[in-house]
Ligand binder design. Structure first.
Ligand code: ADP
Length: 447
């Protein structure tokens, strides 16, 4: 097992990884920008190294600086968390070239799944159903029009290198498509440095259902069930739950087996998530995330497992300590993402936290690096906390979530807690009756 792990991230996920390592008796090294000297992960880690300026390009995205910190501190492994360099195959390769273990999948798998066109092709060959779409990239507007004729409107233009809901544009008609093509391509070029786009059938009432898998280096692959992440704004998840109110045991088993077979076929290792859209009883793959997801705690709560611990164990060469039949799903879990944003306009609201009181009690978990007196910097993502609640069933879970959201005090800045309270009081949410477009309609499109 490793003696020292460097955490190449910040905020709640850096703290989350530190906690798992500490429980395993592994020392941690925090890296931080100049804006994060007072951050909780820096305070709690065994060692810390300042790696650059506030702007992420010079610090959390600076692979060379992170490698220097790892070398100086003598870390034997690096956990990348999510975001930043977590799905950067070149970084994973650089880590390995230095004789340090990258806690995640192989660089080749990261690269394969980072290209959504190649990913769809690879999983199709592995027996997974995908959203119907263009056969590979579409080079220009004329090729897009031709592909759309075969697919049927509405269609979605998507960036092959996409992520974070960017580089996506819907077209309802041929006229629409000409502008949607230019829009998606332009956004993709600006955001990802690659204007390669492809077309997909735009599904009008799907749910977003994803399957968590864990795979070791010894050929063992296990799925940990699904998460329903249909409540999204601008293609970004806001509330996630497990199990999905839309699946029954049959559909759950079916997609779980399909995912496990495909992952085994691909020779993938460590944790990963296969994302699907689910409509009219059918699953359609959209992408695979080759990292720990923001919403991983809902799976942990219903399975009683620590996914970061599993990642570290797998990366150290250990075999999975459980088989599929040992995985027991208990009760229901819901996560609310809490952002430092105005709950009506979604404008970021960084600043100093004057009062802080986190909810507690049975079945309540708060993954956050906040504390009273902490200043949320303006340089990074606005996610500041995740409230995760577990109950014996969905109803109990929602009652507990309502209670916990009511207790949560984050003073001094605006947060989305008020919006989360409104969402979970809605009859559609209570009935489990929502699709990926529900939240957007509920908030009126937002800012
Ligand atoms: P990203 O990598 O940017 O997160 P995804 O491919 O995972 O992009 O898609 C993000 C979200 O966009 C999905 O959860 C879904 O809400 C929406 N989406 C993606 N593909 C489609 C599609 N073909 N039809 C309808 N909605 C889609």
């Amino acid at each position: 097992m490793f003696e020292k792990v460097l955490i190449a991230n910040r905020g709640e996920i850096a703290l989350r990884i530190h906690r798992a390592c500490q429980e395993m008796g592994i020392a941690t090294v925090a890296v931080h920008s100049t804006a994060d000297s007072d951050a909780m992960h820096v305070r709690l880690a065994d060692e810390s190294v300042c790696i650059g300026p506030a702007a992420a390009a010079g610090s959390y995205l600076n692979g060379a600086a992170i490698m220097s910190a790892a070398t100086i501190s003598g870390a034997d492994a690096i956990h990348p968390g999510y975001g930043f360099l977590a799905e950067n195959a070149d970084f994973a390769e650089m880590v390995e070239a230095h004789g340090i273990v990258f806690i995640g999948p192989s660089p080749d798998h990261i690269r394969l799944m980072g290209d959504k066109i190649a990913a769809k092709k690879a999983v199709t060959e592995a027996g997974i159903p995908v959203v119907p779409g263009s056969d590979g990239p579409v080079e220009d507007a004329a090729a897009a029009l031709e592909a759309a004729r075969a697919i049927g409107y509405p269609v979605l233009v998507k960036a092959a290198a996409g992520g974070g809901g960017r580089g996506m544009s819907v077209a309802q008609s041929e006229d629409d498509l000409k502008s949607a093509f230019g829009l998606a391509r332009g956004e993709a070029e600006a955001a990802f440095g690659s204007g390669v786009v492809y077309l997909e059938k735009y599904l009008t009432r799907p749910r977003h259902i994803e399957i968590q898998i864990v795979a070791d280096n010894h050929g063992n692959v296990v799925h940990l069930g699904e998460r329903d992440c249909s409540l999204q704004r601008r293609h970004q998840k806001a509330v996630e739950e497990a199990p999905s109110p839309a699946l029954n045991d049959d559909s759950r088993q079916r997609i779980g087996h399909i995912a496990v077979d495909a992952v085994r076929h691909l020779g993938y290792r460590n944790v990963g998530t296969l994302e699907f859209l689910y409509e009219n009883g059918e699953f359609y793959f959209i992408e695979m995330n080759t990292r720990l997801q923001v919403e991983h705690p809902v799976t942990e709560m219903v399975c009683g497992l620590d996914l970061v611990r599993e990642m570290v164990r797998i990366a150290s060469g250990a075999a999975l300590a459980f088989a599929q039949e040992n995985v027991r799903f208990t009760g229901h879990a819901i996560e609310c993402r809490i952002n430092a944003e105005n709950p009506d306009t979604f404008q970021p609201s960084p600043g100093r936290i004057t009062d802080y009181h986190a909810p507690g009690g049975l079945g309540v978990r708060v993954d956050s690096a906040l504390y009273s007196g902490y200043t949320v910097p303006s340089h990074y993502d606005s996610l500041i906390s995740k409230l995760i609640v577990h109950g014996n069933n969905r109803n109990e879970c929602i009652m507990r979530l309502r209670r916990a959201l009511g207790e949560y005090v984050i003073g001094g800045l605006e947060t989305t807690i008020a919006l989360q309270r409104r969402i979970i009081a809605e009859p559609d949410f209570l009935n489990g009756d929502y699709d990926i477009h529900w939240l957007e309609k509920f908030v009126g499109g937002g800012a």
